[in-house]
Write a protein that binds this ligand. Structure first.
Ligand code: NAD
Ligand code: 022
Ligand code: ZN
Ligand code: ZN
Length: 370
């Protein structure tokens, strides 16, 4: 079939919105009509050429929601008409990783997904001239239609609006999951969240949901304060306005250190501050931010010897097919909020403006509606 997509043709170039060919779903695959997609950081990381593993040409986008149109042979978990959210972290429920209770990093299709290919080693997308176009993070949601492995779609309730639940495909689940699955934070805890963007705000609402006593937000941009307060931040700290060192200031503010701290910036110096503001003896620091290629973290080992723990999380430790439908339910029941974080709505033709907004720090989430 033909569909419209935004193609990343080369590093640093704007996306090209054009018609492409899409092959039908093969065994174990599903064809999905994408209704909405969110613009997330790593799409820009790849578009700009900063991602050393970035492949071109490719159809980017990993945050979306849509409707199943057709299923390939052997598909049993979804049927045409089902509403789904694509998963860049699949859940096969059979591999060594899925069967291990401590991880969500399903490896069933890891190598082909990383090469921009479907599990059979081929691409479903071609240009109108017949040249192959690669998939991206197994999703390629910057296309009005896409083909996904069955294990990489979560079936969700049909009454949920596409233009907000698409954000559950990455940002919402990552932030809330980091609190619930990775930190397993308890009611009454004190927490510090570094970076009040599309991820940090969801960490904050996750902390509010579990009943944290104190939620300190740290951001260099004072414009992020109002939204963070809306989602449950109790104290705001702008590092540029702290006289002296930030870490002792935060330790003092949290009466000895944070039970849990979160990096949602991707900056390795911030990651160090996040670890070091965690409470001596028991504080845990969770790295969510993706750092530039080749970057390294450092601290004195004494920080760990004295009982702090450094952890990291991918997709908030969520198992997509199991956990994503639950988060959609929480949204529909009003237990979590998404709408105020969707700051911009665009048509596919305007997608490059969405990246400009992200660069300028003006958007939390820009969503493209097809
Ligand atoms: P964002 O740009 O919306 O937010 C980042 C925020 O950090 C901004 O508000 C910015 O002002 C603030 N910031 C930057 N430098 C700072 C500093 N030195 N001190 C304090 N604040 C600072 O980005 P986002 O969408 O929220 O994503 C955050 C990070 O999370 C990115 O690195 C992204 O790649 C990563 N991420 C990881 C996963 C995962 O599964 N691990 C999933 C999604 C996103
Ligand atoms: C999502 N991310 C950043 C912004 N939005 C993001 C980027 C990378 C990961 C998670 C979220 C990530 C963490 C660990 C891994 N990835 C490796 C997982 C593994 O090896 O099993 C990651 C993922 C997908 C891809 C690359 C890296 C990909 O499909 N290309 C989950
Ligand atoms: Zn993302
Ligand atoms: Zn698996």
């Amino acid at each position: 079939m033909r569909t419209r997509a935004a193609i990343a043709t080369a590093a640093g170039e704007p996306l090209q919105v054009t018609e492409v060919n899409l092959g039908g779903p093969r065994a174990g695959e599903v064809l999905v009509e994408i209704k909405a997609t969110g613009l997330c950081h790593t799409d820009e990381f790849t578009r700009s050429g900063a991602d050393p593993e970035g492949l071109f040409p490719a159809i980017l986008g990993h945050e979306g929601a849509g409707v199943v149109l057709e299923v390939g042979d052997g598909v049993t978990s979804v049927k045409p008409g089902d509403h789904v959210i694509p998963l860049y972290t699949p859940e096969c429920r059979e591999c060594e990783y899925c069967l291990h209770p401590k991880t969500n990093l399903c490896q069933a299709i890891r190598s082909t997904q990383g090469q921009g290919l479907m599990p059979d080693g081929t691409s479903r997308f071609t240009t109108l001239d017949g040249d192959p176009i690669l998939h991206y993070m197994g999703c390629s949601t910057f296309s009005n239609h896409t083909v996904l492995p069955e294990i990489a779609v979560a079936r969700v309730r049909p009454d949920a609006p596409f233009d907000t639940i698409c954000y559950i495909g990455c940002g919402v689940t990552t932030g809330i999951g980091a609190v619930i699955n990775t930190a397993r934070a308890e009611p009454g805890c004190r927490a510090v969240v570094f970076g009040l963007g599309g991820i940090g705000l969801n960490v904050i609402q996750g902390l509010r949901m579990i009943g944290a006593r104190q939620i300190v937000g740290v951001d260099l941009n004072p414009g992020k304060r109002v939204m963070a307060e809306h989602f449950g931040m109790t104290d705001f700290v702008n590092p540029a306005e702290v006289a002296g060192d930030l870490v002792p200031y935060l330790v003092d503010l949290t009466k000895g250190g944070a039970d849990y701290s979160f990096d949602a910036t991707g900056n390795v110096d911030v990651m160090r501050a996040a670890l070091e503001c965690a409470h001596k003896g028991w504080g845990e620091s969770i790295i969510i931010g993706v750092a530039p290629a080749g970057a390294e973290i450092s601290t004195r080992p004494f920080q760990l010897v004295t009982g702090r723990t450094w952890k990291g999380t991918a997709f908030g430790g969520a198992r997509g097919r199991t956990d994503v439908p639950k988060i959609v339910d929480w949204y529909m029941e009003g237990r979590i909020e998404i709408d105020p974080m969707i700051t911009h709505r665009l048509a596919l033709d305007e997608i490059n403006r969405g990246f400009d907004l992200m660069h300028a720090g003006e958007s939390i989430r820009a969503v493209v509606q097809y």
